[in-house]
Structure formats: C-alpha cells, structure tokens
Design a protein around this ligand. Structure first.
Ligand SMILES: Nc1nc2c(ncn2[C@@H]2O[C@H](COP(=O)(O)OP(=O)(O)OP(=O)(O)O)[C@@H](O)[C@H]2O)c(=O)[nH]1
Ligand SMILES: Nc1ncnc2c1ncn2[C@@H]1O[C@H](COP(=O)(O)OP(=O)(O)OP(=O)(O)O)[C@@H](O)[C@H]1O
Length: 267
C-alpha cells in the first residue's frame, strides 16, 4: 500500500474513533446530569500508527489483506474511571448500545496479564457511513481505573524505550507496582463505599427527622396540643441519644395518634 491507499484505508478508523469519542463523552455528560456522578472520568482515542500496524501484523503473522479483521485495535478507545465498580457499569452501558455490536470481551482485571497489566477490554464492530456505503470496522475499547492507567502508561513507555532489554528485576518491580495499584484501587473502593453508607445513613436520618416532625405538626392541626408536645419532647430525647429504633417506634405511635384524631377519637 502506498500513502494514498493507507489514507483511504485508515479514514473509516479515524471516523470511528472520532464518533465513538463524541458518543462516550456525551454519555459522560448525560450521566453527570442524571445522577450528579459519572462512572466515566475521561475518554481518549487513537488510530494505530502505520508502523505499529505493520509491526503487529508481522508479529501476529496477519497477511496484509487481512489486517482489518486480524488486527482488532487499529481504532482504539480508552475510558478512564475512578473506581473498579465504575468499569463494570460502563461495560454494561456499552453492551446495551444499539449503535455498535459487541464482538467479545477480555477481563484483564480478574485475569490480569503476566506483566501485571489490568484493564477491561471490549472488542466491538462499529458501522461507519462512508461515501460509498457502510463500512464495519473493529474497535478496541479499553476500560480502566486511573490507577490502572497510571501503571499501564508508565510500563508502556518503559517497554517502548527498552524493548526486549528490560531487566528481570525491573519487570518484577513493575509487577509489584501493578499489585500496589490494585491494592490502592481496592482501598479507594472501600473508602467510597463507607462514604456512600454514611451518606445513605444521613439521608435516612434526615428523612426520618422531617417525617416525624411533619406528623407532629399534623397533630397540632387536629388540636391535639398536649399529645403533640409530649411526642415532641420524647422525639427530642431519642434524637439526642441517636436512638433510631426508638424514633421508628415513636413514629408508629404518632401515626396511630393521627389516625385516631382523624376519626375524632379521644387521646
Ligand atoms: N502497558 C501495557 N499495555 C498492555 C499490556 N498488555 C496489553 N496491553 C494493551 O492491551 C492491548 C491489547 O492487548 P491483548 O489483549 O493482549 O491483545 P493483542 O492485541 O492480541 O496483544 P498484543 O500483541 O500484546 O498487543 C495492547 O495493544 C495494549 O494496548 C501490557 O502488558 N502493558
Ligand atoms: N484502545 C486504545 N485507546 C486509546 N489509546 C490506546 C489504545 N491502545 C493503545 N493506545 C495508545 O496508543 C499509543 C500507541 O500504541 P500502539 O497502538 O502502537 O501499541 P499498543 O497498543 O500498546 O501495542 P500493540 O501494538 O501490541 O497492540 C500508546 O500510547 C498506547 O497507550
């Protein structure tokens, strides 16, 4: 292939990368608007360099006329997430999409590579509209945490610089660093879960607070002033003691008092 052929060959891959980047960045914005938190931190993409395609074709013994099927990462997308759980959510969103077809997935998080490499890969088929019709191209979507990306970026540049000559001792240290990055991810996930639990706890308490107080207000509305004051005093005490169980019981009592008041009964 000469330069012009390569330009024509790579054009749909360039279009696929640009379109997928836009679509995944839009998904990020949409999720931020819907849920105030997006599992996608940022998205990058690239088309493989010609020299890298040729090198890989040689290494994998892929004939030139089969590189579009034999090399799956000519179009490459990378999605960075804050937490490991986010990776699985993002993969879920990709599986549901109707504008691409999932070919297969590689879970290098559970089954990390010998080097220590961790990421979740999805190979997809993406339809690109060209001047002469639809062309389906393969694209590789790598989904990883910021820590996995940090490790992979440095390891890639060291391997690129030193090629086969990386000393065994350095390889071992890189493996250990990958392990440390994974421990960091687990620790961050567990801190996040604790924060989420605390937030849920706080939300539950503040809902309880509002609901009990509005029930007490209702008793005032039915002119059950003495009863309402007594409930208020008991609530204040239980709230101070952080006795959630006691507040739940009290809430039931107040509700019974309200329905009694609605029926016009006496206290
Ligand atoms: N930094 C880094 N990246 C890796 C490593 N292994 C895989 N990758 C990335 O993941 C891509 C796909 O790797 P594989 O799933 O092994 O598929 P492959 O294309 O058959 O394998 P390679 O010949 O290793 O590219 C690679 O092109 C890299 O971008 C690794 O050990 N270190
Ligand atoms: N799916 C991807 N999305 C975004 N960037 C990628 C993706 N895959 C690789 N890259 C980046 O593209 C640059 C060039 O990498 P290149 O494609 O030559 O090699 P590789 O993917 O690491 O290896 P291989 O040739 O074995 O597939 C590197 O910076 C690499 O991190």
């Amino acid at each position: 292939m000469d330069g012009r052929d390569w330009g024509l060959f790579l054009q749909p891959y360039e279009q696929a990368v640009e379109e997928l980047k836009v679509k995944l960045k839009t998904l990020r914005t949409e999720l931020k608007n819907r849920e105030a938190y997006s599992p996608i931190e940022f998205v990058t993409g690239r088309v493989k360099r010609i020299s890298s395609i040729l090198e890989k074709a040689k290494r994998l013994s892929v004939p030139m006329e089969q590189i579009d099927t034999g090399i799956e990462d000519i179009a490459g997308i990378r999605i960075m997430c804050q937490f490991v759980d986010d990776i699985h959510r993002v993969a879920g969103f990709i599986r549901l999409r109707k504008d691409l077809k999932l070919v297969y997935e590689k879970d290098y998080i559970t089954n990390f590579k010998e080097s220590g490499y961790r990421s979740y890969h999805m190979i997809v088929e993406y339809p690109v509209q060209t001047a002469i019709g639809l062309k389906h191209v393969l694209a590789e979507i790598q989904i990883r945490t910021l820590a996995m990306n940090f490790w992979a970026t440095i390891e890639h540049s060291l391997n690129y610089k030193y090629k086969e000559s990386l000393p065994d001792e350095v390889r071992d240290r890189l493996k250990k660093a990958a392990e440390a990055a994974s421990v960091l991810d687990s620790e961050m996930s567990s801190i996040r879960n604790e924060i989420l639990d605390a937030q849920r706890d706080f939300e539950e308490k503040s809902n309880m607070f509002t609901s009990v107080l509005s029930d007490i207000q209702e008793l005032y509305f039915f002119n059950r002033v003495r009863e309402a004051v007594q409930f208020q005093l008991r609530f204040n005490e239980l709230w101070e003691q952080e006795d959630t169980f006691g507040i739940r019981m009290l809430s039931d009592e107040i509700k019974t008092a309200i329905s009694r008041a609605k029926k016009g009964g006496t206290t």
